[in-house]
Unconditional design. Structure first.
Length: 239
């Protein structure tokens, strides 16, 4: 009888391919170096800049650093780990949901209620924010857009090498396994690139393209032939 096998792959494996680390991405989002806001609302990376772009970024960056300080303060009292961009994004999204009336999360609402007055009091010290006349839910929304675009840009770079995944090819070609499940915490698409490069079919839970759009269909996992690997991206994907 063939065996089943599962792999859990952490984000550190992508460093081997030259992909920026979580720390690299976090450091980037906390600066405005080589970033500008396009007229379509997206954030791009080059040396273009103008006064309005500066106003957006000079409001966002201090706000994100303020969130980072608050999360750091919480972590120092409750756990021992370093703040990363996912923590900052999550905090901004929770404040946005609470302030816009979109959604209240009872598990984190007490924390939001505790820190929100302090954050609002600090916003008056961000002069560019006052010039833009943004309420706090707007700066949260803009900050989330900025983080999403930054992560997409940094993780969409071509990898320098992908041979660290040769074990996947070995497993598929061995014929010893009935099911190969790959669970990854990565946002990047290096695993997909590797499997495609080796002509290995796989299922990631999304349908084939229809009008250039792939839709989420978890039932595809249940219909997967036993010799086809299943890929589960637990933290989402840049694509």
């Amino acid at each position: 009888m063939k065996k089943k096998i599962s792999f859990i792959i952490g984000s550190g494996v992508s460093r081997y391919s030259g992909v920026p680390s979580t720390e690299d991405i976090t450091n980037q989002i906390l600066t405005d170096e080589n970033v500008f806001r396009h007229t379509d609302g997206s954030y791009n990376f080059n040396n273009h800049s103008n006064e309005l772009n500066d106003a957006y970024l000079k409001a966002i960056i201090p706000f994100l650093n303020l969130l980072k300080e608050e999360i750091n303060s919480y972590f120092s009292n409750h756990c021992s780990r370093t703040v990363n961009y996912e923590d900052i994004y999550y905090m901004a999204s929770q404040i946005y949901d609470a302030e816009s009336g979109e959604y209240d999360n009872p598990s984190v609402q007490p924390l939001i209620d505790k820190i929100l007055p302090f954050i609002k009091s600090k916003l008056v010290h961000i002069p560019y924010l006052d010039d833009l006349s943004w309420p706090i839910d707007r700066i949260c929304e803009e900050s989330m857009n900025y983080i999403r675009d930054t992560v997409w840009y940094m993780l969409s770079r071509q990898p320098t090498r992908i041979d660290q995944f040769d074990f996947l090819k070995d497993c598929v070609e061995s014929g010893e396994f009935a099911n190969i499940d790959i669970f990854t915490l990565n946002h990047d698409t290096i695993i997909e690139q590797y499997l495609n490069d080796k002509n290995i079919s796989f299922v990631d839970g999304f349908s084939e393209k229809n009008n250039n759009l792939r839709t989420w269909n978890p039932e595809l996992y249940n219909d997967t032939p036993e010799d086809v690997p299943r890929l589960f991206k637990l933290h989402g994907s840049v694509n």
